[in-house]
Structure formats: C-alpha cells, structure tokens
Design a protein around this ligand. Sequence first.
Ligand code: DGT
Ligand code: CA
Ligand code: CA
Ligand code: ZN
Length: 611
Amino acid sequence: MSDSETARLSNRQVAEVFAAIGDLMLILGENRFKIIAYQNAARTIEELNRDIHTIHAAGELRSIPGIGQAIAEKIDDLLTTGHIPLYDKLTEQVPAGVVEMMRVPDVGPKTAKRLWEELDITSVEGLKAAAQAERIRGLKGFGAKSEEKILKGIELLARRADDRTPIGTARPLAEGIIADLLAALPAGTIQKIELAGSLRRWRETIGDVDILAVSEQPVAVMEAFRSLPQVVDILGAGDRKSSVTLPNGMQVDIRVVEARHWGAALAYFTGSQAHNVAVRELAQKQGWSLNEYSLTSDGKETEFFKSPDSPGTHEAKNSVSDRYFETEEELYAFLGLEWVAPEMRENSGEIQAARQHSLPRLIEVGDIVGELHSHTVFSDGKGTIAEMAAAAQAKGYGYWNVSDHSIGLGVTQGVDAAKLAEQRAEIDRLNAGYAAAGDDFRLLLGTEAEVLADGTLGLPDEVLATLDVVVASIHIGLRQDRETITERCLKAVRNPHVDILGHPTGRLIGRREPSDIDLERVLQACAETGTIVEINANPARLDLSGAYARRAVELGCTLVINCDAHSTEQIDLLPYGIHTARRGWVTAADVLNTRPLAEMLGMLKDAKSDR
Ligand code: DGT
Ligand code: CA
Ligand code: CA
Ligand code: ZN
C-alpha cells in the first residue's frame, strides 16, 4: 500500500465531503433531519481513530456508531469511485463560493442563500466588495451595521486561514512526540530519528511538523506513532508514512526510511523547497537526478564531466546507477558542496558559498558565556536576583546583567534610582561572595530603560551613567507612524549611555505585527554609534529576525543574543535565539556575549567613547 496513499482520500477529506453535503443542503433548505445525519457522519469520520479505508476494506463501515445504511453506501461510493452522485448533483446547483460564504462569522445558510439569490454574490471576495460598496444594506433586514460585521468577519476568517504555529509552541510538542515514540517502542527499534522540515530549519512559524526516522520495523513505528496519546486524528496511515493531528490542530508527518536512504531523505525533507530545487539543478548539471532516496545517474554524458576542474567530479559517470548516502554530508560532498547547516537552507546564497567552501562557521549555543538582559522580582520577573544568578551559574555563564524595567513603562512597576540602589547593594553582596569563593561569575547591574514616546529614556542620564549595561527598548507606542517611531528609536540609539537596543521591532509572532520602524536606518545608526543590537531569544519575539540579523551584520553591527528571562526556566530559551542567529548566518565573532566579561565590558566602553 506504499504509493497509493497519495491519491486516496484521508479521513479528514472524506469527512469534509459529508460536511459539504450538509452545508449544501442547508443552503437549499432541505430536510433538517437529513442534514443532521450528514453533519454527524462528518464529525464521526473526522474523529475516527482508524483509517476509514481499512474499515471499508473489512466491510465494517456499518459498525461505526452513527453510520447507517444510507451513509455507508455513500462512503463506499466515494472510496471506490471517487464520487457521490448526490454530492455531484448538489454542487451543480450551488456555486462553491456560496458555501464558502457560510464560513464568515454571522453569515448563516439563509443569509448566504439570500446574498446569492437576491444580490448575485457567489464568493467571499464578492461579499467583501459588496459590503465595501454598501450594496448589502439594500437587502431587507440588513443595514450599515451588518456590512461592518461582515467585513470584520471576513478579516477574522483570513487570519484564521493562516494556521501556522509559532516555533515556540511547535518545537516542544514535536520533541515530546519523538521522546514518547522512542519510549513506546523496544529499545533499538528506531536507529535514527530527527525533526525535518521547517522545524529543523528553525523557521519562526511552522506549517506542519516533519519527522524522519530509520527503522527496520517501519510498521511497528507507524503503529506506535498513531497510537500516541496526543494524537486526535489520523489523516494518513501507511506502512512507512503517517500523518496525524494534535489537539491544537497542528499536523505531524512521519516517514521511516532505510538506513542507506537517510542522507538523501533527510536532505529532501528538511527543505526548504527552494534549496532542494537549487541542489537538484546542480545535480542535474552533473548528470544525476536527485530524489528523496538517492541520486540516480541519468546516463547522459554532460558538459560538466568534460571539464576537469568542475567541482564534484566523480567516477560512476555514465553507467545508470543509484548512489545512496547514509549521511547528508556525503550527499553534499558528492555534489561538490560543503555541508549546509539547515538554518541556511533557504536558497539565499548558501549553495554558491557551499560550492566555494566559504560558508560561515555559525554560532552555537555553547559559544554564549553570559546574559545581558534579564528581569527579577524588582519588576515583572518571577525570580529574585540570587535565584536568577544561581540558575545562570548552573548554566556555566560567566556574567549576568540584571536589567529590570525602568520606570516609564506604565503597565509594570519599574525600578527607579532608589530601587537601583537596593539592587546594587544586593549585587555587591553576592559578587563579594563569588569572589571569596574563587568563582569568576559576576552579576552586573543594568536596566531595561523604556524609550519614551519622545525618545528620551525612562531614567535620567545621571542614573544611567552609574549602571554597567543599559538596554533600551520600546514597549509602548509601538503603533506610532514610521517617521515618529524611527526618530524616537534613533534618539535612544544615539544616547551615550545606551549599550543595547532591545527587541528592535516589538513584534510578537502571530500576535502582534512589528512596529513600522525603519530598521535599515536604525541598524545603520547602531553600526555608526556602536550600539549593540539584540536578538531576543524569546520564541514569541525572535527580534531581530534571522534575515535582519544578517543585514545588521552586513551593515557592521555587533549583535547580542539575550533570553530576556523573566524566570529561571526562561534561561533555557537560548537555543531559539541562537538558531535565529544561524538563520542570519551569524558567527560567534559577530556576537558580544560570546566574549568573557572583561573583553565584553571593554567593547561596550570603546563603542560609547566614539559617540
Ligand atoms: P512548513 O511545513 O510549511 O512550515 O514548511 P516545510 O518546509 O516543513 O514544508 P513541508 O512540510 O511541506 O515539506 C517538508 C519538506 O519536504 C520541504 O521543506 C521540502 C520537501 N518537499 C515537500 N514537498 C516538496 C516538493 O513538492 N518539492 C520539493 N522539492 N520538496 C518538497
Ligand atoms: Ca513541515
Ligand atoms: Ca509536511
Ligand atoms: Zn526585557
């Protein structure tokens, strides 16, 4: 049953057909009990925990609770012929867009029908245009309010359609699945298992989770996977691949391959698609066709092989043969390429660099030796200074900057000069203890100074001058117009006491758009003034993004990767920041907090002396 599953309908697709029958009958105003029967069938199929094809093949459709003779016959029609005559007849009567209109909140079947019949509206786009043109108020019982409601509903619908999951949500769930799957199987059943797709590339949002594994017992792996307690729906169930959904609606795909296919398969399923296409073209020029299992010689002698100095020249030139790769490194090397880190596989220059063996050596989690942006109970953090410090020491950090919110940020109580003095006393006491114990770890006193609406900071310069490391961030007035917020930020960046610009765009992934700030200008100013630019590692922020981190380095900025920890647990968010940096081709040398304390402080001092 290996290849047939691409063409066959998933449980969800079968369910969707029955739901659509119900919707069509609603619009046509058919018998209520019939409609309910189809709606129930759709829900039942959607929630099945077995592949409907298996049940069908066993002749057991009628044993599904809620599936009677009439529905069972229609499932049989659909699975064997791909059609249900009733469904075909209904779709001929009602335009598809009219059903679609029912998805708009507040537009029920009766409204959809009237909009269609009386105003000739047959799509959501048409509905939007009609509402904007104020045509809907002409309908009896509708007014300006209804048009407003409809437009708002359409907006909501569009937002819901973007069902990508933020990486901070997706990654723990995906890692949990791998851990649970390994635990559910006898040791040794799975030889290799890894996240692939956008998760392996650390994209900031995830469409679906892709898992790739090597096992000699693929069927056992499939069964264990589909039986995991967090699986709510099985979308596909094959011998070597399965797809399921989790309670949050996120889809997880798993595939099991043979060990000899691992290198090609992992490369293929890691993507990105654009990177894969470029690699495949390169392979083609060398006379090979690349798929998810292997390289296959196309048997044609190409120009490539006549040129002795082309990269990737290899022996089996003309014979039709397959090449297998147990690792990605071998595959890339065979094609004359340096291995490309997954974060760089976006077809943005990495293939060229890999051919020239000039890929950067990307920063790693272990390169970070200190944290320069953190919070405590003095503002909105959960840990005391001592608790945060202990967690930092346990991580092996050399320094930790306590940077509670300054006053000026209305929503949280901030630190003022008096509270800073209290913090200073506590930090001095703790540092004396480390020194006495011969421990090199040191606490620093800083602040996360609020950049006020006019670009001045939440604390006066005299106070800032007494601090070790000053982070300046914008939290309020993020919706100022481009010129205003850019000027405001530039003023902060040029302040002689500001060391770091915190989370420059203020975005919250999937929840809040970045501010309209002119980042190019801000980054240029940071490069000129030596102000360090933050990559905030909190997965809700990832701010700067990878792409802007790359631009910042190009412009000559130095970066800092901070967890902005509000609790001891949040120190563990660092990998999100590191992999975001890697997506921006960032090396350890580009990042301030890869330096030991004295060197780091020296760099900050030098930068400020130029302002
Ligand atoms: P996502 O799920 O939208 O966050 O992004 P990806 O990159 O995980 O995409 P996905 O799950 O559709 O596919 C996983 C990888 O499999 C993708 O990065 C590249 C590979 N792949 C899937 N479909 C195709 C295809 O049609 N052509 C090529 N070249 N590669 C594909
Ligand atoms: Ca994916
Ligand atoms: Ca996928
Ligand atoms: Zn903060």
